[in-house]
Design a protein around this ligand. Structure first.
Ligand code: HEM
Ligand SMILES: [Cu+2]
Length: 646
């Protein structure tokens, strides 16, 4: 054990002199070196966001190709093989490479600002999780680009995914890519959990955390529990394929259904992991435009946690048609119906917030408010398929495709686009164009509904999902045409969004610190924030530090302009998990090559594994070890000090 040095943190005012001292300590290394070595959560968050949006565009193009092929009956724009790869890559790209990373990006950027902290708990791990995500995205797309994409749908069922039916390397790209991505997700999740419990500003007790923190925290805990299941599943699949093991092969004593269990034990909680943080964005953003606090803060926070806990016990609703015993089906059906209760709590809280507030309509408000509607539509179709006999009728039809898009686009894409309008000033220092924003919103909203509402009907009329084409004269043609038109309109809406981002980033009006009059800490710092975020560590006395005068909700007042200065090095304060009492002064890491080096080393290793090229695997393994050594090399500077109390 290290001897605990004790030191009383200096208390001071937020002065230009203090800022001048902090700036060189926290500023990133200049130039391209800094680009590769930075560990600043804001820079990493922005990169996550930009990368994820680029992948959204890619996944969208994949979807448009699908929709062109389905526009009319008997079309031959794509071959069946291309079609299979396209819908598989579309699902993988959207679910794994967009929907989750985009939330990590926003959380990365916003968390320390919301928490009154100078950075995440593990800045180097944070940088690594981004680089590993990028590596996995490249890896997963490399197969597709070279014509060897996976083609078994995003949930990749055996036996089709096994070697006998998929001899090419497509499934290996998918399997190994997912193991690599799993590393990124897991370290990111660990970082969020520790940050939530250790990096909150003094006084921000657990019942004062913004809902976005609750959302990403619960999602991260879930990820830590379930990502190992899917990484294991994909690893075992790779073993079956490459080394003749029989985990999923009945002939060797294995179980094809084991794949489905391992996948969905992960898969269902994961769908909550990609909506709960987005619901958090709405819970924090919507009230700002209603000029009142969120109705039912505690209930919404608890419903976030309850959704996640129940979410661990519903995975079999993806397997209702597999012939499992009736008794277990009824249990999972019941659980799936119960899980709608906490979601309904959140919906009523948002409605009550709008109803009792004085809403002023901005583009961000429109995206947040419309999410509530889309969520209800997606929730109702989910509720329907939670009932076993209904699901037997509807599973693997376009009804399910409609359901999953209402949920994913409604509760992920809409909130995220709203969040971009809302936090853009903080991200870039500029405002987005509101005029263009309205066009953006209405094309996306109307296009989406035009495209995806009719899919419910297509499904009820019996059109299966994942079919490459369909005959004329069975009543599916008109609906498919409408869906394709709606999809393109939606895509135009997304394009307008990208145009607005690009334009506003360069030429948007300069933003003040708090353009919307928000209540939480990120609005207390400059837009964009200084490298150290907070010149003095704030002390928090309520849930809405910036609304205390108007609300008078607690007797104490938060102190934002006076607090610990922590300017003797790259210092931050950690606090206790529940009450956020000051705990330790920690020295934060400098910029470092280790994260990017480790990600590159892993990339080499995974490419070598894919090629089963033993010499390269050995080299890759050594590179990984080398990068880990570089990372873990003891540094005297990273010392903790106990603040002396009293
Ligand atoms: C322009 C926007 C989009 C369009 C036109 C679109 C269209 C489609 C279509 C037609 C399918 C069914 C393909 C088939 O079964 O043959 C599909 C599947 C899917 N989509 Fe989308 N989609 C869009 C955006 C999204 C987004 C934003 C997400 C997630 C965040 C998403 C997630 C999925 C998933 C998970 C599947 C299932 C893939 C599979 O069956 O393995 N989509 N999409
Ligand atoms: Cu599910």
């Amino acid at each position: 054990m290290r001897p605990a040095a004790t030191r009383t943190p200096e208390i001071g005012d937020d002065t230009p002199k203090l800022r001048a001292r902090l700036h060189p300590i926290w500023d990133a290394t200049p130039g391209w070196r800094g680009w590769f070595t930075t560990v600043d959560h804001k820079e990493i968050g922005l990169r996550y966001i930009v990368t994820a949006f680029l992948l959204l565009a890619l996944g969208g193009l994949e979807a448009l190709a699908i929709r062109l092929q389905l526009m009319g009956p008997e079309l031959r724009l794509l071959t069946p093989a291309q079609y299979n790869q396209l819908f598989t890559m579309h699902g993988i790209t959207m679910i794994f490479l967009f929907a989750s990373p985009i939330l990590s990006g926003f959380s990365n950027f916003l968390w320390p600002l919301l928490l009154g902290a100078r950075d995440m708990a593990f800045p180097r791990l944070n940088a690594f999780s981004y680089w590993a995500y990028l590596a996995a995205a490249l890896f997963l797309h490399a197969g597709f680009v070279s014509g060897n994409g996976p083609d078994d749908g995003w949930f990749n069922y055996v036996p089709y995914a096994d070697r006998a039916f998929s001899p090419g390397p497509g499934q290996d790209f998918y399997a190994l890519g997912m193991v690599l991505l799993g590393i990124s997700t897991s370290v990111g999740a660990a970082n969020f959990v520790v940050t939530a419990f250790k990096m909150r500003a003094p006084g921000m007790s657990i019942n004062r955390m913004p809902i976005l923190i609750w959302g990403t925290l619960t999602a991260s805990v879930a990820n830590l529990v379930v990502v190992p299941a899917v990484s294991l599943a994909f690893f075992l699949l790779w073993m079956d394929r490459q080394f003749g093991t029989a985990f999923f092969r009945p002939a060797g004593g294995g179980q094809p259904l084991l794949w489905q269990h391992l996948f969905w034990i992960f898969g269902h909680p994961w769908v909550y992991a990609i909506v709960l943080p987005a619901m958090g964005m709405v819970s924090d953003g919507l009230p700002v435009f209603c000029r009142r606090p969120l109705v039912g803060y505690s209930l919404v926070a608890l419903s976030t946690v309850a959704t996640m806990i129940l979410g661990f016990g519903v995975w079999v609703h993806h397997m209702f048609a597999t012939g499992l015993p009736g008794l277990s089906l009824s249990f999972f059906s019941g659980a799936s119906i119960v899980i709608t209760v906490p979601s309904a709590v959140a919906v009523f809280a948002w409605l009550a917030t709008i109803w009792t507030g004085k809403p002023y309509v901005t583009t961000a408000f429109l995206f947040f408010a419309s999410m509530v509607l889309l969520f209800v539509i997606g929730g109702v179709s989910g509720f329907m398929t939670a009932s076993v006999p209904v699901d037997w009728q509807l599973t693997d039809t376009y009804f399910v495709v409609a359901h999953l898009h209402f949920v994913l686009v409604g509760i992920n894409v809409f909130p995220v686009v709203g969040a971009t309008y809302f936090w853009f000033p903080k991200l870039t220092g500029r405002m987005m164009d509101e005029q263009l924003g309205r066009w953006n919103f209405w094309t996306m909203f109307l296009g989406f509904n035009l495209g995806f509402l009719p899919m419910h009907l297509t499904g009820l009329l019996g059109m299966p999902r994942r079919v490459w084409t369909y005959p004329a004269g069975i009543g599916w043609s008109t609906l498919n045409m409408i869906t394709t038109i709606g999809s393109f309109a939606f895509a135009v809406g997304v394009l307008l969004f990208f145009v607005n981002v690009a334009k506003s980033w360069r030429r948007g009006a300069k933003a003040e610190a708090d353009p919307w009059g928000g209540p939480t800490l990120e609005w207390a710092v400059a837009s964009p924030p200084a490298p150290y975020n907070f010149a003095v560590i704030p002390t928090i006395a309520s849930r809405h530090p910036l609304w205390e005068e108007e609300l008078d909700e607690s007797r104490g007042r938060s102190s934002l302009a006076r607090g610990m200065t922590l300017d003797r090095g790259k210092e931050a304060i950690t606090t206790t998990p529940m009450d956020a009492e000051p705990d330790r002064i920690v020295e934060m890491p400098e910029d470092s090559w280790a994260p990017v080096a480790l990600a590159v080393a892993l990339q080499v290793l995974f490419v070598a594994l894919l090629a089963k090229f033993w010499a390269a695997i050995a080299i890759g393994g050594l590179l990984v070890l080398g990068a880990l050594l570089l990372w873990l090399w003891p540094q005297r500077a990273l010392l903790e000090r106990e603040p002396a109390h009293g």
